[in-house]
Ligand binder design. Structure first.
Ligand SMILES: NC(=O)c1ccc[n+]([C@@H]2O[C@H](COP(=O)([O-])OP(=O)(O)OC[C@H]3O[C@@H](n4cnc5c(N)ncnc54)[C@H](O)[C@@H]3O)[C@@H](O)[C@H]2O)c1
Length: 367
């Protein structure tokens, strides 16, 4: 049985510390079919922010394990993104294609509202900006709404931009210049994030190779950039002669076999939870492959939606996402100094910010 306030789930970075969650709330509204869990890992830096995943979990236990891991990961992501936000996440158990309805989303909104601003929600797998518009009819603590409703819209715009900034930093660290012109980059998954990353890469003069299980997704990229090369699958892509491997599909892309096969010297992509198990970060380092930690380089999306809390301004959000370049360089430098893989250095820097900046709230301000 999972211990609700201290994870039993053995997961990779940054989810292997044993710190406890501040608050976990189970929400149920039988008539609309809502069954949700909201997890707040910490509010050291501010209210918790993280998306709502709508997914047909096979059990309540599986949903709980997921939301606990995801909320902790958000605390680390938000901390290193330089946001004054803690880590939280929510899951709604069900099939988004068949179970989602207005009453359910609005009931969910009322539970989010009941937390009084300790948790801000956003989109995630299975939820879209239009869903957040409905949640926002019952709650003031919602981001990722449609632009028509004052929201930040599709977060993949700055996610891809941030991954591009992280990649420039990785190339700078490896080759002494952030220039991507002439470098060969393999992008796995050209969905919302991946296809926008390809746009940035082509504009920067990189040679791009892609793969995707969806023919449509590949065709969309080829229609925009006919020069982009296509390979059959992830095995072909990771075995290809590329300088940078950018996983932008599902989690777990970096397993033992992939690391052994990889010819790229750099891994930098948008997918969440790229390391299939703890220890892969060391395997990469031992093979001399520089790994740009996923939650650092893909934080452009949360930076985009977080900006909505202050009234969305794309220019301001983009300026903040540009800082992913400096943050990534700092992680590589810290990793080299401390003699640890970049994934470990990233976790340490995030923990340091949560602890040092979080501590100042103890200064009494009077009444
Ligand atoms: N959208 C965001 O703002 C955001 C933010 C942070 C992290 N991420 C992460 O980035 C990744 C991509 O997100 P997205 O929003 O682009 O999703 P998406 O569903 O739009 O795109 C994923 C793409 O990967 C393809 N794919 C699936 N399995 C594949 C496989 N085995 N090999 C090759 N391609 C495969 C899909 O066909 C699809 O085109 C996810 O891991 C997501 O969690 C997204």
């Amino acid at each position: 049985m999972t211990d609700v306030f201290g994870l039993s789930h053995k997961d990779s970075s940054p989810a292997n510390s044993q710190a406890r969650h501040e608050q976990v709330v189970f929400c149920s509204d039988e008539r609309s079919g809502l069954y949700a869990i909201i997890a707040i890992y910490n509010t050291a830096l501010g209210p918790a922010l993280g998306g709502t995943r709508f997914y047909p979990y096979e059990s309540e236990q599986a949903a709980l394990t997921d939301v606990l891991n995801l909320s902790r990961a958000m605390a680390y992501k938000n901390a290193l993104a330089g946001l004054d936000l803690g880590g939280g996440k929510a899951v709604i158990i069900g099939d988004p294609a068949t179970d989602k309805n207005e009453a359910m989303l609005r009931a969910y909104g009322r539970f989010v509202q009941s937390l009084g601003g300790r948790y801000f929600t956003a989109c995630d797998v299975g939820t879209y900006s239009e869903d957040m518009d409905l949640v926002a009819r019952e709650s003031s603590y919602v981001t990722g709404r449609t632009q028509a409703n004052g929201g930040a819209g599709d977060s993949s715009i700055l996610t891809a931009f941030g991954v591009f900034q992280g990649m420039r930093a990785a190339v700078e660290h490896t080759h002494g210049t952030p220039e991507l012109r002439g470098r060969r980059v393999g992008v796995e998954g050209v969905g919302k994030v991946g296809h926008r990353l390809v746009d940035h890469l082509v504009e920067a003069g990189a040679e791009v190779v892609v793969c995707d299980v969806s023919e449509r997704a590949v065709e969309r990229v080829r229609a925009r950039h006919p020069q982009v090369e296509v390979v059959a699958d992830q095995v072909a892509l990771t075995g290809a002669d590329i300088d940078v491997y950018a996983p932008c599909a599902l989690g777990g892309a970096l397993d033992d076999a992939t690391v052994a096969r990889l010819r790229a010297r750099i891994v930098c992509g948008g997918a969440n939870n790229q390391l299939a198990h703890p220890g892969v970060e060391k395997e990469l380092a031992d093979r001399g492959i520089l790994y740009a930690p996923d939650y650092v380089v893909n934080s452009g999306g949360v930076i985009q939606v977080a900006d909505e809390i202050h009234g969305f301004d794309m220019g301001r959000a983009k300026a903040k996402a540009t800082q992913i370049y400096d943050t990534t360089l700092k992680i590589f430098a810290t990793a080299a100094e401390d003699g640890v893989p970049p994934a470990v250095a990233a976790d340490r820097l995030a923990e340091r910010r949560m602890s040092e900046v979080g501590r100042i709230r103890g200064i009494w301000l009077g009444r």
